[in-house]
Design a protein around this ligand. Structure first.
Ligand code: FES
Length: 113
């Protein structure tokens, strides 16, 4: 795939995807997100620590559809199946972040410039 329309980075390292969140189905979350990879302009990658461990599980969505500069949306506390499902729906369909995911959104860190 050349440059995707949307690039999804699922963090998996020291906090995201670990026993720090023992009730989360981390494998299920990873599989649900990876199922979008290569479909309809979406690329999904599992990445190392995004330096936002306090907000684990972290998902960064980089949207290239709006012009030259990508728009980053940082999501934290993505721990339950419903939130994961909403992320999948939103990334697949595009558009504005659904209201249900707003509580998960946070500002950029130094890697998000
Ligand atoms: S392990 Fe995900 S932000 Fe650090």
């Amino acid at each position: 795939m050349s440059r995707p329309d949307r690039d999804v980075m699922l963090c998996r390292d020291c906090c995201c995807g670990t026993d720090k969140h023992p009730r989360t189905d981390h494998d299920g979350q990873r599989d649900a997100l990876l199922a979008m990879d290569g479909v309809a302009g979406v690329r999904v990658r599992v990445v190392d620590c995004l330096d936002q461990c306090d907000r684990s599980n972290v998902v960064l969505v980089r949207d290239f559809t709006g012009g030259r500069r990508p728009v980053d949306t940082w999501l934290g506390g993505v721990l339950d199946p419903r939130a994961t499902e909403r992320v999948v729906d939103w990334v697949s369909e595009g558009g504005e972040l659904p209201r249900e995911l707003e509580p998960h959104r946070f500002g950029q860190n130094r890697r998000g410039r």
